[in-house]
Design a binder for this molecule. Structure first.
Ligand SMILES: [Zn+2]
Length: 286
């Protein structure tokens, strides 16, 4: 008797499940339509994100951007330079080239930085945009070379530089050759300075390691996006070294602004206007 009842219930349950599954199929909800904000933990529709400068509509958390998204938000035109050989593996690091090729295919960019002739509201600039989705925006010898050539181009064209930095630092797979890029890029910034060039850099989340210790902090004007992680070594390494607890908000944009490392924290939706005004203020002609 109980067995028969149970099996009847099971059958009804199975029927209901099948019905629900069929209905779900009819509605056809894509798996990747929503994401969770890492800061306020609320669920956000991805379409709402792209129409809100890729910021959380609830807590204003600035999501990390791919270089293409950044270029679309800031520049009116962008013509990429194509002047560096992209695949080379100076230390013969295991699987390094395969990883690079996979990323080139999936991200549709050649390296962790995109450089080119760009335009903001009619002003010609050289644009340099780093991409943290490509090996964490790390600086290998191709990144160093691309940045150096972009500065050389700016010197020739007498153009200001507008950069967006995003990097975990040096590229582990290139060892010492990666660290040498710090000196190389710092050197070209100095040459650019001597020629009187204007260099505006926006530090985005994260700008750390060898990039923060070289060209990123050498700009004439340094802006940052809210709450961006900015520093050299990570907070855990520092805590373990100095054996002290670090203050709240340590290495975030607002904290480094208070300590005088940067000039201003600017919300993403105001960045284009701010950069344009800074260019005009410094006498850059259209
Ligand atoms: Zn949020």
């Amino acid at each position: 008797m109980f067995n028969r009842l149970a099996s009847k219930k099971e059958k009804a349950g199975r029927k209901n499940k099948a019905k629900i599954n069929n209905e779900a199929k009819k509605i056809d909800i894509p798996d990747n339509l929503y994401l969770k904000c890492p800061q306020c933990k609320k669920t956000i529709n991805k379409n709402d994100l792209s129409t809100n400068y890729y910021k959380c509509p609830y807590c204003n958390h600035h999501f990390r951007l791919k270089s293409k998204q950044r270029i679309n938000l800031i520049f009116d035109t962008f013509k990429e330079f194509d002047d560096v050989r992209y695949e080379s593996d100076p230390l013969k690091f295991p699987n390094y080239l395969d990883k690079i090729k996979d990323l080139q295919n999936s991200e549709e960019i050649n390296e962790a930085v995109v450089t080119g002739n760009a335009n903001i509201n009619g002003i010609n600039v050289i644009g340099i945009v780093m991409d943290s989705y490509f090996l964490m925006g790390s600086m290998g010898h191709v990144v160093g070379e691309k940045i150096t050539r972009a500065f050389e181009k700016a010197i020739t064209l007498k153009c200001p530089i507008v950069m967006f930095s995003a990097s975990g630092g040096a590229r582990m797979q290139e060892g010492m050759i990666s660290l040498m890029q710090m000196a190389k890029t710092s050197g070209i910034v100095e040459v650019f300075n001597e020629k009187g060039g204007l260099f505006i850099n926006v530090l985005t989340d994260p700008t750390t390691g060898g990039v923060s210790a070289s060209f990123a902090m050498l700009a004439d004007i340094i802006l940052a996006e809210p709450n961006a992680l900015i520093g050299f070594a990570g907070p855990r390494v520092i805590e373990q070294t100095i054996k002290q607890k670090l203050p709240k908000g340590f290495q975030r944009a607002e904290f480094v602004l208070e300590k005088g490392f940067i000039d201003k924290v600017v919300d993403r939706q105001d960045l284009k206007k701010m950069i344009y005004q800074l260019l005009l203020l410094h006498g850059v002609k259209k």
